[in-house]
Design a protein around this ligand. Sequence first.
Ligand SMILES: Nc1nc2c(ncn2[C@@H]2O[C@H](COP(=O)(O)OP(=O)(O)OP(=O)(O)O)[C@@H](O)[C@H]2O)c(=O)[nH]1
Ligand SMILES: [Mg+2]
Length: 323
Amino acid sequence: MSNAESAAAILAEGILAGRPRAVARGISLVENDRPEASALLRLIFPRTGRANVVGLTGAPGAGKSSLTDKLAQVYVDRRQRVGIVAVDPSSPFSGGAILGDRIRMPKLATHPNVFIRSMATRGNLGGLARATTEAVLLLDAAGYDVVIVETVGVGQDEVDIVKTADVTVVVVVPGMGDDIQSIKAGIMEIGDVFVINKADRDGVERTQMELEALLELAARPDGWQPPIVRTIATATPPVGLEELAAAVASYFDFAERHPAMRAQRRRRVLGRRLLELIRDRIMQQVWERELRDGQLEAALERIESRELDPYTVADYIVQKALR
Ligand SMILES: Nc1nc2c(ncn2[C@@H]2O[C@H](COP(=O)(O)OP(=O)(O)OP(=O)(O)O)[C@@H](O)[C@H]2O)c(=O)[nH]1
Ligand SMILES: [Mg+2]
């Protein structure tokens, strides 16, 4: 066994035993794309697929973290173990992000049945999507019953992250009519449950009507009708959280009654992931075998002078690397 493999084996044991510190270390490995990470994921993968993964997305400041906190509390009160992954593309420092979410989720941060982790980009959103999916796998393997993934719903990469969840919750707030229009393209069709948070504000009825109108336009092929729940995450006690948990549960019930649909959804995610892995591995081979040591520069020079074209060069390099 190589060093990476034996380190991974020890870590996998800790993760499968549900130890938070092992999970934290595992997530750091996948976040930094360390060599031990693949070995670790290989070991834990057979023990995944049991957690209910809830993706929660919406505009910046919509109250996603507040809702995540309160929703997690509902599950914790039901004696479930909850993992939270907050994806924070805006923060260049994951350390800062962790602190931020610990402050926003003060009660849960120290709860023994709750694991909170913020993931920040290291300049590469594609890498963030991969690391997030892998962090969810680790939490799943560690026996967390529910994993909540919070992402800001602004770009395609965030949408991709949320698509890997078993149920997607889209958060909107009153008085963002134009925003609803603008998010509808990417986000509206992926929402399985809609939340109007900040329902203590004016304009709730109007937002509800706009949402209903949009949902009517976008009839889903699976026949599911996304419920709309109103919440006030910051009220004491919070308003609408039991209803939100019930709406999420009703989607899981629906998925259970439609196993073919659920399998298709999970396979789509796995398929995407597999293709990404293949692409990464091919790229790695190409890089290691063909492009190191100034080869790329040399090729570019000849392409630039029109001595060669990029299509021929790409085919040639890939074929040579894979031989
Ligand atoms: N009035 C009101 N304020 C709320 C409610 N929920 C959250 N907020 C406030 O809205 C602000 C943003 O809340 P967050 O939970 O940090 O929102 P977020 O969507 O996670 O924000 P980002 O992660 O920065 O995109 C905070 O000041 C919250 O206190 C609510 O139901 N009503
Ligand atoms: Mg947040």
